[in-house]
Design a binder for this molecule. Structure first.
Ligand code: ASP
Ligand code: MG
Length: 422
């Protein structure tokens, strides 16, 4: 008997019919003798629907008071779905009970719309499990120290599920979703992409934060920190498939020692179009320049990702960085209106039509020449690299967005990730 957490995404909870299938699947696991905690998302489209209502009433609001009400509102999506799942399980003849985040309670800080979980009191949940109940907990939400309902950011149910699994020392957290695992890259871009049987926490963290949308990045941070084995698997298999077969399907995110070692040097290729590039030309190359530029940007609450400073010529240098595309216009304003005049920069130029492509793999630690192989295959396709950044287990480049798919395909092939023809 194990303690198992299941998480079901919005599509899996998309209709009463689908909720009924989730209930049958959960009941199968419970009847096999496992203690079951289930963390569902809102029914698909529900969170968007709720947030759109708020926008109709107040399109421009950005106050803390407004954010508080957004969380109050959005949290109801999951409140409805947990109750429906409990009802469906009861209809299956199971003893089941649902709780919202505040009833557990799941305590968070007070950053409305992007709260962080601080602690989870599992006493109530444990008592129910001991009494033979299936416990269903709302994803996406908690309560702050002042008793306000908070939410964890879009896609936050992944984080709720992993956090509950960590707090309860669950044997495994299974994330049921509309894809059947983590792939070497997005199969919509590369038809030869393969599902990975295993991937390390660290690689998954890079993949998630570099643009693979399978899991909320924060959930992977949690999983790695508390070493919670997380499995991503399909919720579209028939509910009554053999439990052992289901339990071994999908992709297991785990400690490095458990990762399949015959795996290639590069495990996956991530990409995203969410960034934009800004350059400041002809700034004086003196101490404090990077600080002055970036502190003005961060004072405007804009996060910076990659940064490059060129060699200087005649005491002047060029400075480039990337920001999220949503912040692009604002960042340009800050630079044109404040930074460039203050520093005497000659020009500010921007380019929102870029993308970031990254190769990720723990194998890079022990293999030289991975970056140069990447650059070689991009050059063979005639793709110009605009920026580069590296870490121990990843290399990212910024290129023109029109070459994104070409680059991803070329790299997938160059690093032997294409599936062997069967
Ligand atoms: N319902 C929330 C959202 O749509 C949380 C989640 O689904 O994970 O973002
Ligand atoms: Mg999701």
């Amino acid at each position: 008997m194990a303690l198992i957490v299941h998480k079901y995404g919005g599509t899996s909870m998309g209709s009463t019919e689908r909720i009924g299938l989730v209930a049958k699947r959960v009941a199968k696991w419970a009847r096999a003798g496992h203690q079951m905690v289930v963390v569902p998302s809102a029914m698909s489209g529900e969170t968007n629907r709720l947030l759109a209502l708020a926008k109709e009433l107040a399109p421009q609001r950005q106050t803390k008071a407004y954010a508080r009400e957004l969380d109050m509102l959005a949290s109801t999506g999951e409140q409805a779905s947990v109750a429906l799942l409990a009802i469906a399980l009861q209809a299956e003849g199971m003893d089941a009970v649902s709780y919202t985040g505040w009833q557990v309670p799941i305590k968070t800080d007070s950053s409305f719309t992007k709260a962080r979980i601080e602690s989870i009191d599992d006493a109530r949940v444990r008592a129910d499990l001991a009494a033979g109940r299936v416990v269903i907990i709302t994803g996406f939400q908690g309560i702050d120290a002042d008793g306000n309902i908070t939410t964890l950011g879009r896609g936050g149910s992944d984080t709720s599920a992993v956090a509950v699994a960590a707090a309860m020392k669950a044997d495994e957290c299974l994330i049921y979703t509309d894809v059947d695992g983590v792939y070497t890259t997005d199969p919509r871009v590369v038809a030869e992409a393969r599902r990975l049987n295993t991937i390390s926490f660290e690689e998954m963290l890079e993949m998630a934060s570099l643009g693979s949308k399978v899991l909320q990045t924060r959930s992977v941070e949690f999983a790695g920190k508390y070493k919670v084995p997380v499995r991503v698997l399909s919720s579209f298999t028939p509910w009554d498939i053999d439990l052992q077969e289901e339990a071994a399907s999908g992709t297991l995110i785990t400690i490095e020692e458990n990762v399949n070692m015959e795996q290639a040097v590069v495990s996956g290729i991530a990409f995203n179009r969410d960034e934009a590039k800004i350059s400041l030309l002809g700034v004086p190359d003196t101490p404090g320049i990077a600080f002055k530029i970036l502190s003005s940007v961060s004072a405007a609450n804009i996060d910076v990702d990659m940064i490059i400073q060129n060699l200087s010529k005649d005491g002047k240098t060029d400075f480039s960085f990337t920001v999220h595309r949503n912040d692009y216009a604002r960042a340009l304003d800050v630079l044109q209106e404040q930074v460039a005049p203050a520093l005497g920069a000659s020009e500010v130029i921007g380019d929102p039509k870029i993308c970031k492509v990254s190769i990720v793999g723990i194998g890079m630690r022990s293999h030289a020449g991975v970056a140069s192989k990447m650059f070689e295959s991009l050059s063979a396709e005639g793709i110009n690299i605009q920026m580069i950044s590296t870490s121990e287990i990843k290399v990212s480049v910024v290129i023109d967005e029109k070459y994104m798919e070409l680059a991803v395909r070329a790299l997938h092939k160059a690093f032997d990730l294409d599936a062997e023809a069967a």
